[in-house]
Design a protein. Structure first.
Ligand code: HEM
Length: 455
C-alpha cells in the first residue's frame, strides 16, 4: 500500500519511518524539519505523516499563489484549523466556501483602513497605560507584557472593556483553550470531543466559560441603546449585502471568539520578537528612536503619526520576515488539482511556510540578518508576491492585517519613545517555539531602561 502511494509521480522528499513517516521528525522540530526539507528537495516536496497522510511542502512563490489564489477553490483549510472549530465554531477562520464568503463580506468593512484608524487612539492609550507601570532598569518577562498589551488592545477595541476585566474574563480561559488545542493538533489520533478524557473535559470547561462571558457581553449590548463604534457594535450593525440579514447571536459569538483568538497572540508575538531584534541591533534601534522623536518631538504619539513612521513600519515588516507569527499555512486538497506538474489528490495536505520562504536567499540578501532598510524603495513591489506573505493571501488573507500593522507600529512607537530594551543578563538561548503561533520559547526576560529625556 505504502509503495503504491509513493509510486505515483510524486515530488521528492524524506522517506521517514515505515509507519509514522516523517511525523516524529516534524514534531521534534517543525522549523528545522521544514527548512531542511525545502533546502534538500526544492520548490515542492512530499512526505508522510503516519501511514497514509501525504503532505506536500510548497516553497515557491508562484506555486503558493496557485494554492492561495488562482486554484484556491480546490482546497479547504487544514485539519489543524478545523480542530479550532471546537472553540470558534463557524467563524471567519474556520468556515468554508459560501458561508465563509458571506461572513467575510459582512466583517471586512469593519477592518478597512478607514475604519480601523478609529481604533488607533485606543491602541496608543492602552500601551501607555501599561508602560506607565514600568519602572526604570526593571527586569521584565517582556513576552507576558506584550501579551497583556495585545489582550488589552483587542478587548478595548472589540468590546470597549478595560484590560483587567478582559484579561480575567476572557484571557485565562482562552489561554487554556490554546494549550489544549495545540496538543490535539499535534497528535496523530484525535479522540472525539464527546469522549470524557481529561483534556476534553478541560477544553469544554474553558469553552463554556468563554461562551458564558461572550453571550453576556452580546446580551448587555443588545439592551444598551445607541451607536457603538467598537468592533462588536460594528458587527451587530453589519448586514448581508444580498438578503439584508444581520448576524445571529451564534454567528456573533463565533466571530468574536475568532477575532479574539486570531488577533491577540499573533500581535503579541510580533511585538516580542521586534523588541528582541532591536535589543540585538543597536544601530536599528537608534534609527527607530530618532525617527519617532523626529516625528513626535515633545508630544505623545498620535494616530496621525502612523503615516509618518516609515522606518518603524520597516522594522515591523522585517521582524515578521524573520519571525513570522504565522509561520506556516496549511491546506487540505478538496478536489484533485495539478500543482507544479504533480497531481494532488483529495485529502492530501499542503504546507507553505513563511518562516522558510522568508529566509530564502533567492529573494532576501543576507537572509539571517535583521535589516529593516531592505524594505525601503518599494522593495515589496519588486519581490514575487508570495516570497513574503506574513498575512497569507487570496480570499483568506488575514482580515486583521491593517489592524495589526497599525497596532504594531503605534505600540512600538509608544514603548520605544520612552524606553530602550536589552536582554537580561544570563538569558539563555533564544529559540522560536512553533505552537499555534511562533513564540519565543521560555519567554523573553529583558531589562527596560527609561530614556534620558524621560527620566
Ligand atoms: C501580526 C499579526 C497577525 C498575523 C501574522 C496574522 C496572520 C494571519 C494569516 C497568515 C492568516 C491566513 C491563514 C490561512 O490562510 O490559513 C490569518 C487569517 C486571519 N486573521 Fe490574522 N494575523 C495577525 C493578526 C490578526 C488580527 C489582529 C486579527 C483580528 C483583529 C486577525 C484576524 C484574522 C482572521 C479573522 C483570519 C481569517 C480570515 C479568513 O479566513 O477569511 N489576525 N491571519
Amino acid at each position: 500500500m505504502l509503495n503504491r502511494v509513493r509510486k505515483r509521480n510524486q515530488p521528492p522528499g524524506p522517506k521517514g519511518k515505515v509507519i509514522k513517516g516523517s511525523l516524529n521528525d516534524f514534531q521534534a522540530g517543525p522549523l528545522p524539519f521544514l527548512f531542511k526539507t525545502a533546502k534538500e528537495y526544492g520548490p515542492i516536496s512530499c512526505f508522510r505523516f503516519g501511514p497514509f497522510q501525504n503532505v506536500y511542502l510548497v516553497n515557491e512563490p508562484d506555486l503558493i499563489k496557485e494554492i492561495l489564489v488562482t486554484k484556491q477553490k480546490s482546497f479547504v483549510k487544514s485539519r489543524d484549523i478545523q480542530t479550532l472549530k471546537a472553540v470558534v465554531g463557524e467563524g471567519l477562520l474556520t468556515s468554508e466556501k459560501d458561508m465563509h464568503m458571506q461572513q467575510r463580506r459582512m466583517i471586512q468593512p469593519s477592518f478597512k483602513k478607514s475604519h480601523i484608524s478609529s481604533y488607533a487612539q485606543d491602541m496608543i492609550d492602552t500601551t501607555h497605560s501599561f508602560i506607565s507601570k514600568w519602572k526604570n532598569e526593571e527586569e521584565k518577562v517582556i513576552t507576558d507584557d506584550m501579551m497583556d498589551i495585545a489582550l488589552g488592545i483587542i478587548t478595548k477595541t472589540m468590546f470597549s472593556m478595560d484590560f483587567e476585566e478582559g484579561a480575567k474574563k476572557l484571557g485565562e480561559p482562552m489561554d487554556a483553550v490554546m494549550k489544549i488545542g495545540v496538543k490535539r493538533m499535534r497528535s496523530l489520533i484525535q479522540l472525539p470531543l464527546w469522549l470524557p478524557t481529561k483534556n476534553n473535559r478541560k477544553l469544554k470547561k474553558a469553552v463554556s466559560k468563554l461562551d458564558q462571558e461572550i453571550y453576556q457581553i452580546i446580551e448587555r449590548r443588545r439592551q444598551e441603546p445607541g451607536v457603538h463604534s467598537d468592533l462588536l457594535g460594528v458587527l451587530m450593525e453589519a448586514k448581508d449585502e444580498d438578503d439584508g440579514e444581520g448576524m445571529s447571536d451564534l454567528q456573533l459569538r463565533d466571530e468574536l471568539m475568532t477575532i479574539f483568538l486570531a488577533g491577540h497572540e499573533t500581535t503579541a508575538n510580533l511585538l516580542s520578537w521586534t523588541l528582541y531584534l532591536l535589543s540585538q541591533n543597536p544601530k536599528a534601534e537608534k534609527k527607530l528612536y530618532d525617527e519617532i522623536v523626529g516625528v513626535t518631538g515633545d508630544n505623545q504619539v498620535t494616530p496621525e503619526n502612523f503615516a509618518d513612521l516609515p522606518y518603524t513600519q520597516f522594522v515591523i515588516w522585517e521582524s515578521m520576515r524573520l519571525y513570522p507569527p504565522a509561520y506556516v499555512i496549511g491546506r487540505q486538497v478538496d478536489k484533485k488539482v495539478n500543482i507544479g506538474g504533480y497531481h494532488f489528490k483529495k485529502g492530501e495536505m499542503v504546507l507553505m511556510s513563511q518562516y522558510v520562504m522568508h529566509r530564502n536567499s533567492d529573494y532576501f540578501d543576507n537572509p539571517e540578518e535583521f535589516i529593516p532598510d531592505r524594505f525601503a524603495d518599494n522593495f515589496m513591489k519588486k519581490l514575487p508576491t508570495y516570497a513574503y506573505f506574513p498575512f497569507g493571501g487570496g480570499p483568506r488573507v488575514c482580515v486583521g492585517n491593517h489592524f495589526s500593522l497599525m497596532e504594531g507600529v503605534l505600540a512600538l512607537a509608544v514603548m520605544m519613545k520612552e524606553y530602550s530594551v536589552k536582554m537580561a543578563p544570563n538569558h539563555g538561548e533564544i529559540k522560536p517555539q512553533p505552537l499555534v503561533t511562533l513564540r519565543p520559547k521560555y519567554g523573553l526576560r529583558m531589562i527596560i531602561k527609561r530614556r534620558a529625556s524621560n527620566s
